[in-house]
Design a protein around this ligand. Structure first.
Ligand SMILES: [Zn+2]
Length: 436
């Protein structure tokens, strides 16, 4: 089947995919704290229920962030085709990061200018969500018979780790065979690019310890901040240069991320921060600091590692530097703890979900797909680790660099093209290998 009629139908839904993107953007699902999740999940669920999907709302009770003022509510919608086929699941996160400043129009207004929809979440990733909805609706409206099932989910908290969203659902079997066979996550990786996976991540906290004393007699104490600065000096002069020489064979985009990296995410030393200012007479007002030598200093490290490394050595080389300081630096004492870790993932290039999406890209755009890997993790990590499903890719409209920026936008042509590509890929996958 050539599916010309399906593609024409999606072309005629240009205004509809724009309107749906706008409706989603106008619900400000800012995370943190996790505003308006229920309103967004219900808007999506009610639309799909009208089209014959079985809709479930799943609150992540007991998960991080879930509370009555900000319930973590996910929506999963399933349309059952004929028996004997496989299920394609489109997963989008409904949360967005804060708008921030620097916008030239209302970040939640979803204005249209020059063929683009502007607003927080247009690109990351309500535009991709809208494209996947239009793709599935067009298949059903065409009355094309298919074996298997189509699923669409709107999940929460991806921006803060996804533990109450995809993580929660994965633990409860929502991404496991035989329920689901292929997952497409419409993150904004570009209309002709297939993202196969991501680098690994280790987040940890290092604390250096000192001895408190009066700040006017620092020689009677031992500053944890000075100890931390010795550690950071080692990170900067020894570890970071070494990491920048470790190259991966994975096609990570942008190319600058094809090495190992380390970011010092935050640093807290000594007293809790005091908030004071100067009054009109140039006198300090507010909470003033009192003189103490810092007895504790904590740094949160964000270490991204490549497929050629492993988690154990990533942690071991940090510990080795701390041990080196313990032996060489009088009074140096430290603690280290894990915050979170995920190993690198890469879906095989010959997985059916990759092949079907690549064929659809070539058909719709008339050019070959390119394959990339992401520098940071996204919800694929939960699908691979918890649900043990490796048939997962990220594919969707939008330019990744615009994510989280002011004046974020998504191109309307990209919304339409990616809806066509998602529809062709889904049809091919639900039918299984028979006519793929
Ligand atoms: Zn995203």
């Amino acid at each position: 089947m050539n599916h010309d009629s399906l593609l024409k139908r999606i072309e005629s839904k240009r205004d509809e995919v724009v309107a749906l993107t706008q409706d989603l953007v106008r619900i400000p699902t800012t995370n943190p704290p996790g505003d308006a999740y229920e309103a967004c999940a219900r808007m999506l669920g009610e639309r799909l229920a009208k089209r014959g999907f079985a809709v479930e709302y799943i609150r992540a009770t007991g998960a991080p962030g879930d509370r009555d003022s900000h319930p973590r509510i996910n929506v999963v919608a399933r349309y059952e085709g004929q028996p004997g086929g496989e299920c394609v699941h489109f997963n989008s996160h409904i949360d967005v990061v804060e708008a921030g400043s620097g916008w030239s129009s209302d970040p939640f207004g979803a204005d249209i200018r020059d063929g683009k929809v502007y607003g927080r979440g247009t690109c990351d990733m309500k535009g991709g969500l809208a494209s996947s909805v239009i793709a599935c609706e067009a298949i059903l409206e065409e009355g094309l018979p298919f074996a298997g099932a189509l699923e669409i989910s709107g999940t929460v908290d991806e921006e803060s780790g996804g533990f109450a969203g995809v993580g929660y659902l994965a633990e409860r079997g929502y991404f496991t065979k035989p329920r689901v066979h292929h997952v497409i996550i419409p993150e904004p990786l570009g209309v002709d690019r297939i993202c196969l996976g991501h680098r690994g991540v280790w987040w940890g906290e290092v604390e250096t310890l000192g001895r408190i004393a009066h700040g006017s007699m620092p020689f009677l104490g031992d500053s944890a901040i000075n100890h931390m600065s010795a550690f950071i000096h080692l990170l900067e002069t020894q570890l970071q240069p070494r990491l920048s020489q470790r190259h991966t064979a994975e096609p990570v985009e942008p190319p600058g991320a094809r090495v190992s990296t380390l970011n010092i995410n935050s640093l807290h030393g000594g007293q809790v921060e005091q908030l004071f200012s100067m009054d009109a007479l140039d006198r300090p007002t507010g909470d003033l600091p009192s003189p103490v030598v810092a007895h504790s200093c904590r740094a949160v490290l964000d270490r991204r590692f490549i497929a050629e490394e492993n988690l154990e050595t990533v942690k071991a080389e940090i510990v080795a530097m701390l041990e080196e300081l313990k032996h060489s630096r009088p009074g140096f004492n430290y603690g280290i703890k894990d915050i979170m870790s995920f190993v690198p993932t890469a879906t095989p290039r010959d997985a059916p979900v990759v092949l079907a999406t690549a064929r659809a890209i070539a058909r719709v755009l008339g050019r070959e797909a390119s394959y990339i890997s992401s520098p940071g993790t996204y919800d694929q990590k939960h699908i691979v680790r918890t649900a043990k499903l490796d048939a997962c890719i990220a594919y969707g409209p939008g330019i990744l660099d615009l994510a989280h920026q002011p004046d974020e936008y998504v191109g309307i042509q990209e919304l339409v093209d990616s809806a066509k590509i998602m529809a062709l890929a889904a049809l091919s996958l639900t039918r299984g290998a028979r006519d793929a």
